[in-house]
Unconditional design. Sequence first.
Length: 96
Amino acid sequence: MPQGRQICPSLTVQENLTVAARGPAGSGWSGWELRDAYSAFPRLEERQGQFAGSLSGGEQQMLAISRALMTSPRLLLLDEPSEGLARRLSQRSAGS
């Protein structure tokens, strides 16, 4: 996942997540679902109908990470994953 957020600002949070969703090829498993993204980042569920371009920087970062996870990657490399996130949230995400 590149450092730039690369979300679609004219789509809602839910639309951004849905458009990125896909399961591993040939697995029969759908991979990450909306409920998984909302469980990881509850703030996104609160904002699911809001246009992504109107989110705060931290909320956009949560959305970008969730979008990447919705692709069901085998490996996810992040460049500056805590950029824009509140210190408390970035520590929780890192398991500190």
